[in-house]
Structures are given as C-alpha cells and as structure tokens.
Write a protein of this length. Structure first.
Length: 240
C-alpha cells in the first residue's frame, strides 16, 4: 500500500519532467534550424520533431487524470463547504460520507464507460491480435496523426485515472469513518521545505509613532507594553 500511496507522484513527476525536456528540445531545434550554419542547418532540418507537440499533449492529458486522483488523496481539490461546516457534527459527517461516496460512484461510472470505449476503440483488436486469436471483423481503431499510435492507448488515461480516483475516494471515505478527519493541504506549504518560526521580540502594533500600523485596541489590551518614539517601557509602565 505504501507504494500505491506514491503512485500518482511518480507518474506525474516522470510525465512533467519528460514533457518539459521534449518541449525544450523541440523549441531549441526549431530556432537552431533557422540559423544559416553550413552543414549544421542541413543536419537539423533532417531531424523530424513534428511529433513533439502531440506527445506533450498526450502527456498533459495523463497528468491531468492522475493529478485528479492525487488531489482526492491529498485534499487539494477546491470545494465549497460553508453549508457543510455549519451543520452539527453527526449530520456533517453523514453529508461528507455521502459526498465522498457520490464522488466514488461518479468516477467509477466514468472508469467503466471509459474502459468500454477503449476496448471497442481498438484495444479488443490489439489484445486478440497479440495473443494470436482470430480478430475477424474487430475494429482495429484509429491512430494519432503524428506519432501514429493507436488512439486506445491514449484514451486509456480515462479508465485508469478514473479508477484510481474512485479508489482514492473510497480510501478517504474509510479513513474519515475511522478517524473523523479529511485530508487537508496547506496551499502555502511546499513539501520538502521546513517552515521556521521567526521569533518576534517587538510588536509593531504597540509602537506609538507614524511609521508603523496602529491597532486601536492594542493599547487597551496591553497597557503595560506601550512604546513611544523616545524609548521603551518596562512591564510596570516606567519609561527607561
């Protein structure tokens, strides 16, 4: 299970790294091929990279599907939960479980329909042809324009990504029933970077000058800590 917990990260990391490299090479090739360098220009023009854009589009589609599953597991999907959070504890828990199970049902349906589409769009023919079974009148399916890959391979992102997303919904549901907690992601936090608290020795709201913001209620809450422009005040209010 620990390997499955990081499946999305591995796939997304590989795809985004490969897509970035391919786009960089394709752009550099395009500009370098336009330079009038004897020998080099002719050699670059012989290299065909017209497939790079199509491949990157396919990679981004796969990243989106598996990124959605990652979002369910880590709780980074945007949701409007004002009404849910205003309910009582037991009623709130029921609605949360209902929402999670509804998400699992929806993604499960998408995965099932996507698998049927992929199977009928050429996967059936490919499997039978690989196993040496007579394909008869099976539809081989179309291919992509540049890479000439079978489109069923590209569309496989739908059943695979949706199936993983459905599994994540069920996983979060079970975890919530056991612990009562949902996965939550701090959008300001970056994984791998430890946040250090900076010690605050002086509260700028307590400074009585024209250079800092003023908290009108601070003086009433903390009369002992007021500081003027001419110096500091100790805990007893005596200026020094």
């Amino acid at each position: 299970m620990k390997y499955l917990d990081h499946l999305e990260e591995w796939i997304i990391t590989f795809l985004i790294g490969a897509a970035t490299l391919i786009i960089f090479v394709a752009v550099m090739h395009r500009y370098a091929a336009g330079l009038s360098i004897p020998g080099v220009q002719d050699w670059l023009l012989q290299i065909n990279l017209t497939w790079a854009q199509e491949l990157c589009i396919i990679m981004f589609v796969w990243m989106a599907k598996f990124g959605a599953a990652y979002g369910v597991r880590t709780g980074i999907h945007v949701g409007v939960d004002v009404l849910i959070n205003s309910l009582s504890g037991r009623m709130r828990a029921k609605f949360i479980v209902f929402g999670l199970l509804a998400g699992a049902l929806f993604t499960g349906i998408i995965a099932t329909l996507g698998a049927h589409f992929v199977w009928e769009n050429g996967a059936h023919y490919a499997v039978f042809n690989t196993l040496g079974i007579a394909t008869k009148d099976l539809y081989p399916g179309p291919t992509t324009p540049d890479l000439e890959w079978p489109t069923w391979m590209v569309y496989s992102a739908i059943p695979l990504g949706s199936s993983l997303m459905c599994f994540r919904f069920l996983q979060v549901t079970v975890s919530f029933i056991r612990t009562g907690e949902l996965p939550h992601h701090e959008h300001g936090h970056v994984d791998g970077i430890e946040e250090e608290e900076i010690p605050i020795e002086l509260n700028p709201y307590s400074m009585d000058d024209n250079l800092h913001m003023h908290d009108l209620k601070y003086g009433k809450r903390h009369p002992e800590g007021k500081v003027d422009a001419g110096g500091t005040v100790d805990d007893q209010g005596e200026q020094r």
